[in-house]
Design a binder for this molecule. Sequence first.
Ligand code: XMP
Length: 563
Amino acid sequence: MDKILILDFGSQTTALIGRRIREMGVYTEIIPGDSLLGGETLAEVRGIVLSGSPESVYSPESAAPDPRVYSGSLPLLGICYGFQRMNYDNGGLVEALPEREYGRKQVRMLGNEIAGENGDPAQVERMARFLAGFDPRISRQQICSGGVKAASSVSFTAWMSHGDTLTRLAPGFRQYGTSETGYPAVVIHEDRPWFGLQFHPEVSHCERGMEILAAFSFGVCHCKTGWTMERYIEEIRASLPARLGDTQGAHAQAPVLLLISGGVDSTVAGALLLKTLDPERLHLMYLDTGLMRKGETAGVEAGLRRLGARHLHIIDCGEAFLGALKGLEDPEAKRRAIGDLFITIQEREVARLGLPENCFLAQGTLYTDLIESGKGVGKKAHLIKSHHNVGSPLVEAKRKAGRIIEPLDRLYKDEVRRLGRLLGVDEEVVRRHPFPGPGLGVRILGEVTREKCDILREADAIFIEELKKRTTPQGKSLYDDIWQAFAVLLPIRSVGVAGDIRKYGWVLALRAVTSADGMTADVYPFPAGDLLEISTLITNAVPEIGRVTYDISSKPPATIEWE
Ligand code: XMP
């Protein structure tokens, strides 16, 4: 399958470059920027992207690509640092800007004639196809189907984030677009298939960003689309037996244990394994900590049974968690208590299953979980998926023994959702907002009690239900428009009236944020009418709650969760 290789120099948006290109059906792989580019690494690679970086090319910490990237014939696209790197490594000059250039900036295309220094027709053709990405008269569909070439002198809004700039291009490069500050923003080598952008086409605020990435992938690299979730299922089906050490005629195939959290990732991992393995072989374990949302455990159980689970172990351990949380008010102490107990119960229950020593442990690790900003895939040696598993002797032992399987580890979250739909996972689960491992334990501030869990569960369910019913002016449900929404129960009561009497009710906070990955988040700009109506619905239905507030803090400085 054709692929675009991305050399990761540590930019926050490297993962996004891969995702954008994959959205167009071309497979991408991200490797550390300084990886050796030997034979296997370049198999089926049609082009290489050099990502951005928080470093400067002249800083001693900055990583440089394997020099073979410049001696080979593969097309290169340098983005931000990658663009500066490509020039610097080939004789250009990079210097610090007096002021960092950040955010939306205009880029003006110069409308240069595309000639190529030596008039190499193949390079002239590539340049024209690349520049088609910038031409507003040309659609992405036209670009993806290949063959279009154009360049007009236009301006567009790009997205910049750099403190250095190129003050002298390396020999052979020519400028085709310039930034507001007059520095090079789009450059192309005259006789090598090398392209450079000072801005970030992968960021959604960049006009023509997708078209530019399409122009590189299809117009320059001639990639064929081959990346689909149907194909992924087939690949997993074909590769799993070898991974699990199954041999022809083996009578005792190793069982596989998957710990289910109820979220999208582990559920889709379960669905994929149920589809690609003999379901008799798969054990699914779910711990109901009593800190789950309303109806969650029943939903998980029904969903997995519908997907064909035969060995589903639902462990009811709510009492134990409430016991461990008794008297605890400090957020860290609560998190620790939940995490520790989770591991203890998990170990006990896994032992109780009596699975053989050679059993495999499956995890719903995603591709993005493997990409640690600044390090790149492959450098983060021992990845542990969720806080539940941190320090878990079970995970450690299985990892040491090479008996962990992570069937989603090449996928982005949106691809996992697509895969989930294809495998018949409930739409409810596929669309579900993220939910923290410690559950309601970190959404009930202060001491957690059963009564408070019940109050919060009711209020949260009303909030979420209403978000699913209500729509934006564009017809999208508020729930789908929001990245994460939930209710938080505060450890205070405030005064109110019920009929003629004064009463003290709990204070509830509603939280709703937009975000790309949870690293930063903005407050969801709620239509006031919806917020007022939802508040009334909650106080009418949950009499213990006397007051509802809306959290208007973004992240940073606040976090998404309250504890
Ligand atoms: P914060 O509160 O740090 O949350 O802004 C960022 C995202 O991570 C989720 N979160 C967790 N997820 N275990 C998890 O699996 C946890 O302990 C945990 N704490 C926070 C949070 O819901 C948000 O989506």
